[in-house]
Design a protein. Structure first.
Length: 265
């Protein structure tokens, strides 16, 4: 991985139309996008997520000119379905799954190697939260996410530390995992799988292009680091500032659509 930059927490909000125009021409970029919170607004339950208005049509137009990659914590099959089969490279589980633009599989993690540990972790977590209102356990091919967006304050206060402790216990199992904290979610993710490493693998196929990375969550910071190291751009999607190594910030998925519209000119 690249050397870690010190995150700044005062990145000003950019005008997406002006930023997209500044970043032209589109042909010089590998366009890399997160899904939830970037292409699709954050919703109460992951099953309810849909792309922002106009996003799919716009991505098809962009992908006709420049390669597109979608890097998500979701499973690839899930993201591809929500994007109506968009032709692109896809990373799922933050890179644990990786399918290149030509359809070739290039995963960072062997799913079979992590399945037994994830099975045990899932069983333990479900015993703890399945009867708790507002909690949702999402099993992915090579990771495990525990969502609590719909849970009440008291339930979150009581159970987040317990969920965290259980996940950290199972993180020590082979082949080794990390516990990640995101937006109302805790996730058990295999070592060696992150969006930065996924992006590096994609860039090996397109060394002539600069990475333009757009994402909203802490899991996107690894890809932001790689984009900056490769003299690209890293765009945080956030209404309010937070610590980030991104180069730019825009407000929300609608602003992402405006950015790409201006970029594709």
């Amino acid at each position: 991985m690249t050397a870690t930059r010190t995150p700044a927490d005062d990145l000003p909000l950019a005008d997406p139309d002006r930023l997209g125009t500044e970043l032209r021409p589109l042909e010089r970029w590998l366009v890399v996008l997160d899904f939830d919170g970037t292409l699709a607004p954050i919703v109460d339950h992951p099953d309810l997520a849909t792309p922002a208005a106009g996003a799919i049509e716009l991505l098809r137009r962009v992908s006709a000119v420049a390669p597109v990659a979608v890097l998500s914590g979701r499973a690839i099959a899930d993201v591809r379905r929500r994007l109506q089969g968009l032709e692109a490279a896809y990373a799922g589980g933050h890179g644990a799954e990786l399918v290149l633009a030509d359809g070739a599989d290039a995963p960072l993690v062997d799913p079979d190697s992590v399945k037994p540990s994830l099975d045990r972790a899932e069983a333990a977590i479900r015993t703890l939260v399945d009867d708790e209102e507002g909690w949702f356990v999402e099993r992915k091919q090579a990771s495990l996410a525990v969502h609590h967006r719909l849970a009440g304050h008291d339930s979150i206060t009581a159970h987040v530390p317990r969920v965290q402790a259980l996940l950290e216990h199972h993180a020590a199992e082979p082949p080794g995992f990390q516990v990640m904290t995101g937006k109302a979610v805790l996730e058990l993710r295999p070592n060696g799988a992150d969006k930065g490493r996924a992006l590096q693998r994609l860039l090996e196929r397109t060394p002539e292009l600069l990475p333009l990375v757009v994402g909203d969550d802490v899991t996107d910071e690894d890809a932001f680091e790689v984009a900056r190291a490769r003299e690209g751009r890293a765009i945080l999607v956030a209404q309010t500032p937070r610590p980030t190594v991104a180069t730019d910030r825009i407000a929300d998925p609608d602003a992402v659509v405006r950015l790409l519209t201006a970029l594709s000119g």
